[in-house]
Design a protein around this ligand. Structure first.
Ligand code: SF4
Length: 87
């Protein structure tokens, strides 16, 4: 998983640092530090941060590995939930 924060857009609201503290951190009042190569286990937190950023400054690029991981997790979740599929 790779991520980029558009620092021109970022307003330092710190939602990301709150939701994914292992990936994002505020440095001072307005400057944001982040790990552009966040670990796969941070994916959910990062996804929450992306959704929560009020200015949409976080861009997430999923690798093939991430996609494969998600597909296998979905398959497990789908089987567990017993969803009936489409009507
Ligand atoms: S939530 Fe968005 S605006 Fe706020 S610090 Fe993070 S990237 Fe910047």
């Amino acid at each position: 998983m790779r991520l980029v924060v558009d620092l021109n857009r970022c307003q330092g609201y710190a939602q990301c640092a709150f939701l994914a503290p292992d990936v994002f951190a505020m440095h001072g009042d307005e400057s944001l530090l982040y790990n552009p190569e966040a670990a796969a286990e941070q994916r959910e937190n990062v996804a929450r941060a992306v959704a929560a950023c009020p200015v949409g400054a976080i861009l997430l690029e999923l690798t093939d590995e991430d996609m494969a991981d998600m597909v296998s997790q979905d398959a497990v979740a789908g089987a567990g939930a017993g969803s009936g599929g489409s009507r």
